[in-house]
Design a protein around this ligand. Structure first.
Ligand code: GDP
Length: 292
């Protein structure tokens, strides 16, 4: 379990290597290194301070369990404290209702539409055949983008580029697909004013009554993730987060602010533009990446 993390903290942990007793000064140095790594990964500063304080307190006060070296003990504490925030196991998407309604939320450009394609493929591989409803009346190309994506995968799509009423589209989509097992709703990611966008999400949510509201966050945006998540979470009960664009150099630490802000787990990550560039979120790998 600690293999990856141990490796990613190699330099930091070298300082601890071979020590049988770890003194306060060493622990403080190690905590500083961890802080540096997290800040470089774009993790929110108050989150970093919070985490590192807990790590320091525990490392100074808790005795390593029998058979565990002080060095391994510090690594374990770091890991446990990160896991407290992110969870230790991947969170499953549980399809436990019929129709199971998934409502996507996210700013324009975050990767929402692409992610819907990816989730469809993911669900198809599990033997489901989801249907998609397009309610984005704001971006002219949104319907066409979804049409192409779903056509390639032979997935049913409901939308009407001439209808400018998102709530009406959602209602009609619900009716059309009421016998489907899974319905995925795409929504707008931009309006003239942010408030209008949020109002629309609230209305859509009350009509769709999603089993799962999935918030898509661009992994490269850094600190704005927290505010974005808070705004969307004020419109509906966000059940999961998808972080996109983790194929680049961004480590996605900014997205942790979203998790800390709204308390919803990250369930998937996007790792590229293609429909298969999609993974179930693995907390341990993510933590290793943040600290590496
Ligand atoms: P939407 O406005 O939220 O629906 O965003 P789109 O799905 O249209 O995506 C915006 C851009 O981000 C497109 O160019 C996508 O190809 C790109 N994109 C989406 N997800 C990823 C990802 O995981 N990695 C990379 N590199 N690009 C992505």
């Amino acid at each position: 379990m600690l293999g990856n993390l141990g490796k990613s903290l190699t330099n930091t942990m070298k300082k601890l290597a071979g020590m049988t007793v770890i003194d306060e000064k060493t622990i403080k140095e190690v905590v500083k290194d961890i802080q540096r790594a997290l800040i470089q990964s774009d993790v929110n500063i108050s989150l970093v301070l919070n985490l590192s304080k807990k790590i320091e307190d525990r490392a100074l006060n808790e005795k390593p369990p029998k058979g565990i070296t002080p060095r391994e003990h510090v690594i374990t504490i770091v890991y446990e404290e990160m896991v407290n925030l992110l969870g230790s196991e991947p969170h499953e998407l549980e399809i436990n209702d019929k129709p199971f309604k998934i409502m996507f939320l996210g700013l324009q450009g975050s990767g929402k539409t692409t992610t819907i394609g990816k989730l469809c493929r993911f669900l198809q591989k599990k033997g489901f055949s989801p249907a998609v409803v397009s309610t984005d009346t704001w971006r002219p190309a949104a319907y066409e983008q979804l049409r192409q994506l779903t056509e390639e995968m032979q997935i049913s799509l409901y939308g009407d580029p001439d209808n400018k009423d998102a709530v009406d589209l959602a209602r009609k989509g619900l009716k059309k697909f009421k016998n489907q097992k899974i319905i995925i709703f795409d929504t707008a990611g931009r309006h003239k004013e942010e408030k209008d966008l949020l109002d629309e999400m609230e209305k859509l949510s009350s009509v769709i009554e999603p089993n799962e509201a999935m918030l898509v966050i661009d992994g490269t945006i850094g600190q704005q993730a927290g505010e974005q998540a808070k705004a969307f979470a004020s419109t509906t009960d966000v059940g999961s987060i998808v972080i996109t664009k983790l194929d680049g150099s961004a480590k996605g630490g900014g997205a942790l602010s979203a998790v800390a802000e709204i308390g919803a787990p990250i369930k998937f990550i996007g790792t590229g533009e293609r429909v298969d560039d999609f993974e179930v979120f693995d907390p341990e790998r993510f933590i290793s990446r943040l600290l590496g």
